[in-house]
Design a protein around this ligand. Sequence first.
Ligand SMILES: Cc1ncc(COP(=O)(O)O)c(C=O)c1O
Length: 460
Amino acid sequence: MATRIPPTLALALAARAMGLNAIIVLEMEEELDIVIEQSSKLSVEPVIGVRAKLLTKIQGHFGSTGGKHGKFGLLAEKIYEVAKKLKALNKLHWLKLLHFHVGSMIPTTDNVFDAASEASDIYCTLVKECGAEMMTTLDCGGGLGVDYDGTRSCTPMSVAYGLEEYASKVVQAVQNRCDYHGVPHPVLCTESGRAMASHHSMIILEALSATPEPKDDDDEATTEQLHGRIRDLSSKLMPFKAETAAQMCMPSHAVHVKKHGIEMYKMGKKLSKRVITDAHTTYNYHMNLSVFSLMPDYWGIEQLFPMIPVSRLNEKPTHQATLVDITCDSDGKVKNFIREADTLSLHPLDPKLGSYYVAVLLSGAYQEVLSSKHNLFGGPSLVRVVGTDHGGTFSVETTLLGPTTEELIGTMRYDVKHDISSVIEEWARDKKVWEMVENHVENGLHTMPYLLDYRPPPTV
Ligand SMILES: Cc1ncc(COP(=O)(O)O)c(C=O)c1O
């Protein structure tokens, strides 16, 4: 677990007291002080790991997780300082794990190899040079990709490898580096979530009606005219070509090139739409759907999912469709599909043949816990403030705390009492640590997941 939250930390320590192998992974240097303080307060010896901020960076939407500007983890030098500090306190044996996560949907096995090699070098330095000989584990984070568009390539919706290749690249990299440094091979573990969860569920949508999309009146340009406009645009970039290296580096030049690119892109989209509408009518299929609730990634980060009709599979689908949802929100529309398609092939609706369904596939990862339950952080506390009649003053009428962790877990359809608290209680009683654990479990479940009374470290 990764944490900078004292109550979560206390829970992790309570879990250790119960005999569970909870490992506290530090994401920031100052978290070490909190671990030291809390573990002495609870008289529990922690096992800790450190999250490395690797320089290896991946391309694509999730690339900003890695690299030296990444949001998470410690650069190698800082990790060695943590080891030094632990050594000075005679606690270096607490350090057992090195963790890294370079982002979701790692595009190629070269990235996998580079990241695992870099992390292994840090692991070996910790063991050999910092004296952290009790290190056992390299946690390779997540990132194993899912081939959403079926191309097994480096498109944004696919990755150019499968599970076997991914695993063997990690093993090869770690083995190479550890053998080179003469360090025993660590236990490898993975946190890959998307690849584990995507295939476990699909969303089945019912079509309610289908209506032909009216042709655009605002642009009567023919396909040939659009081709001409694109040719025109591309020749217009020439006069702005910077003549000197200094001009090339001017922000105005870069902004101009960007604007031009966007215009070209828009024109290209228009052209592809025109070619499609010339060829056939597009139908808007109204689906029993809220895009925001059921496919938030589609709306939020332009994630595409493979979709297919699951009715009348013995008939060729003849209509080109976009899907519109039943909410009043104009963004509630699915109009981009895998393999850069603007439409999805569906059958014409026919009530005599019964209901008509479309499946959104590979939707088992990340869709349920987005928006107002993101990472199980719920909505805010509410304060109702009303104006009074006396000189423009205000008074607080009611305050209502936001959902607790227990309530949020409940929304994932767990029976928290039955599935979680009573299991913990039984286990802790068995290990004779319930008195010590009880408060922390109560606190963990019955408060909001946001931080309370947190004192930020000084900005350096
Ligand atoms: C630290 C960490 N590990 C693992 C994962 C899972 O990543 P993925 O689902 O891409 O495998 C994430 C996702 O954000 C993460 O932040």
